[in-house]
Design a protein around this ligand. Sequence first.
Ligand code: NAD
Length: 363
Amino acid sequence: MTDHRIDSARLETIIERILLADGCTADEARTVADHLVMASLSGHDSHGVIRTPRYHIWLGDGTIRAARPLTTILDNGPLLQLDGNDGMGQWLAREATTMGIAKARENGIGLVALRRAGHIGRIGTYAEQACDAGFASIHFCNVNGSLLVAPFGTARRCAGTNPIAVGIPYPEGDDFILDLATSLVAEGKALVAGQGGKPLPEDALVAADGTTTADPRVLYGDSLDTANPDPRVGPGALRAMGDHKGSGLALACELLAGALTGNGANRPVEGQFGNGLLSIIIDPATFDDTNGFAAEVADYLAFVRDSPPAAGVERVLAPGDKERALRIERRANGLPMPEPVLANILSVAAELGVEASREALIL
Ligand code: NAD
């Protein structure tokens, strides 16, 4: 089925109204809608507008809660520990990053431990926020209550898809934004493959007997044949990226963003869903006694971007370049969206009495 192309600005207004109707404050609704649309514009559809119906369900069943601001547990010099109270993750993480930037401005560095946030979405967003303020940053995230990933050497699920992000401001705005899940593929991609879409790499999953496979059924079991495939019920798991090395990073996220923040690392039995986030925000001026940091970053990234492309590669990219290019293309031509995704969002809008014209959305 060919995808629609959707007017992203109009869709953002509808999502904002859905969130308002679900009890979010005006600022929460605006922030989360903006985040979801930006993730989709950036090509990360699995963390974009497709999440709207799921957030509607979660707000209804109490998995996440509207209008829950951050609670400050610790505020000591450059250190902050914040509790998200299961609130709207993107809104909480944006506020936590704002507070971390203020700490870095004051102390040269800000270290922010955020616990019990609802889904915080695309982690690169917070690296971009720090870059926009001129700061470098490192973010470790864990997904408590989401056992999907088997570490190296086992088929047992011990971790979430735990993303890591690093942001380095680039003088001319094309910041270095490394943002990756530590699983070889995102759960959303396994679902797409299971529903007849793009197949997964041969080693993306691990079956219960420890053999690697591209078969999404090891993640979803027989629920793959239902309307709502459930990734919790299959006998196998997603594999961590990069064999033992990527697996180690996934576990580091459980320990830094889970155990250290107070969010909790995953346990054999899934608990309440919550993102933990450990962010280190650095003012580059702190070490820049020769005022050479900006030129060093520019020269180095030019060195990388100007490398001769290998066979089949159009041009060498730095992390973040692909997302920026996609944003330009998708803003101009609309968000590609399969009909079932559009139908789901429109059905939530109808359920909540939010006016949403299908004709006005499709370009
Ligand atoms: P990905 O594999 O698409 O990209 C990973 C990184 O590689 C990005 O920084 C990207 O800019 C870079 N990249 C991509 N193609 C490149 C190329 N050709 N050359 C150089 N660099 C390139 O990302 P992913 O691992 O699928 O992650 C998807 C998203 O899911 C991320 O935004 C992540 O934060 C998010 N996520 C969130 C959670 C959560 O619980 N909140 C959990 C897991 C993942």
